[in-house]
Ligand binder design. Structure first.
Ligand SMILES: [Zn+2]
Length: 473
């Protein structure tokens, strides 16, 4: 994939709304160096279909893509996040490094075709099946690197620190044995990943898994490691996803999870709080004022029965958000944003909730904000079709807008997100490189073939372990 010098857009969503006939010039680092409204005098490659900025998927556990659809059978009087988590742990104890690489590559291919140009991988699978570290402890992180390089999706990699099973530093369970590390082992792994990440253009960050899995003392130690190895790098943490988690936090020391987090860490714009579903009024304001991004995963949150994020209140406070595919049951950015808007409509019994006075189109408002928040959470330059922004964009292929005449100009994303005609994109450019052209990725056949082989292995292993019929029907 060669670096493009620029592109000419017939119709493009910029920070200032939709514009026609815009020529963009790209710098060697894949950012936009100039934008001019003209008739393409230099003969740059032309994009006829509507162009929108690519979105960075700010939260993914890649391996879970391969178990999507296998946990939709009721096995308890009341199934919940927690019974789903048992299945996920069982599945995680099945995968080899080759499987993880093949699954991640398959997922990343789908994400590129779903409107994403970057990914933040929240990576907590570290150890071998029996819980001992691999000969290279960073083995599974390197499998993720390989998947990103094979697909061209821009990677921010967050090795996760995971040490306990609940508040108060309780010992981990046997099912968590592939996730567990000591502080020193964690620091050594980050150090080992630093060189390969820099060489491949990946960004490294830090991720305390959650307040359940990491003590306040360990958060302080992680901050010291960050200052030492990766100053200013992104920090992501799961927080306040489930009511049970909020109740347990309150029982532990009388403070809600987000309050506890702000008590123990200097939360700022480099931070991303994943989910933050259950917030008090004070917590909504605390996060919005800190400049941190909230990482919303609307399809996964709906699938797991987490609850509804207070998006209307949070955006009214000026809060920053992005979207993540999390459990990877959905791989389309527009589907995540549609679910985000619909949850607010169902709760408030209103329509067009997440719009603004200066951007009344819900889809354009959500898309541009999610693109900006995702880039911030990934530690990347500002995203958006603007000088200094990343030259990462996608074309919308929904067939309908073209037939709608003048309405189409400002409604292309409305159709893409809300008209139920599919969320597919045609061309994908990542940092000035054409990664997908006309819906086709050059490595597609190889990626699908290695995924099929990996799924053969996984299915066999599951069949021998699946005495209690835990997976699927
Ligand atoms: Zn997650």
């Amino acid at each position: 994939m060669t670096q493009m010098k620029g592109a000419h857009f017939k119709l493009v969503l910029t920070q200032d709304g939709w514009q026609r006939n815009l020529s963009a010039h790209f710098a060697p680092d894949g950012t936009i160096s100039a934008l001019t409204c003209d008739d393409n005098p230099e003969g740059l490659p032309v994009y006829d279909a509507p162009v929108v900025p690519g979105i960075t998927d700010l939260h993914s556990h890649a391996f879970q893509y391969a178990m999507a659809g296998l946990s939709e059978v009721r096995r308890n009087p009341v199934d919940s996040f927690w019974s789903w988590r048992d299945i996920m742990y069982f599945f995680a104890l099945t995968l080899s490094p080759e499987d993880v690489q093949a699954i991640a590559a398959r997922l990343y291919l789908s994400l590129l075709k779903g409107g994403y140009t970057g990914i933040v991988e929240f990576h907590y699978l570290h150890n071998d099946l029996d819980g001992t570290p691999y000969a290279r402890p960073e083995e599974l992180s390197l499998a993720i690197f390989e998947a990103a390089q094979m697909t061209g999706l821009e990677l921010t990699h967050l090795p996760v620190f995971y040490a306990h099973s609940n508040f108060g530093g309780l010992p981990p369970t046997d099912g968590q044995r592939r996730f567990i590390q000591g502080i020193d082992g964690y620091a050594a792994m980050l150090d080992a990943l630093n060189g390969p990440a820099a060489q491949a253009g990946h960004i490294l960050g830090i991720a305390p898994h959650s307040l359940r899995a990491v003590t306040p003392e360990e958060v302080a130690q992680l901050m010291a490691i960050r200052d030492d190895l990766l100053p200013g790098c992104p920090v992501h943490i799961h927080v306040a996803e489930q009511v049970k988690e909020v109740d347990e936090a309150l029982a532990y020391n009388g403070r809600r999870p987000v309050e506890q987090l702000f008590d123990m860490a200097p939360v700022d714009a480099a931070w991303c709080l994943i989910h933050a579903t259950h917030l008090s009024d004070d917590e909504v304001q605390m996060i919005a004022r800190s400049g941190a991004t909230v990482g919303l995963c609307p399809m996964t949150e709906a699938n797991l029965g987490d609850g509804i994020f207070r998006a209307k209140d949070y955006l009214a406070e000026g809060g920053v958000f992005g979207i993540g595919s999390d459990s990877n049951i959905a791989t389309f950015a527009a589907q995540e944003l549609q679910q985000l808007e619909y949850s607010q409509r169902l709760r408030d019994r209103q329509r067009n909730v997440l719009a603004r006075a200066d951007q009344p189109h819900v889809a354009a408002n959500l898309w541009t904000r999610a693109a900006q928040g995702g880039a911030r959470a990934a530690g990347r330059p500002e995203q958006g079709i603007a000088v200094g922004g990343m030259a990462s964009f996608v074309t919308l292929t929904s067939p309908e807008p073209a037939s709608m005449g003048p309405v189409a100009d400002t409604s292309a994303l409305d159709f893409h997100m809300f008209a139920g005609r599919g969320f597919h994109v045609g061309d994908v450019v990542v940092r000035g490189r054409a990664v997908v052209q006309d819906g086709h990725h050059p490595q597609e056949d190889a990626i699908l073939a290695q995924y099929a082989v990996a799924m053969g292995r996984v299915t066999e292993r599951l069949a021998t372990r699946n005495g209690d019929g835990r997976m699927g029907g």
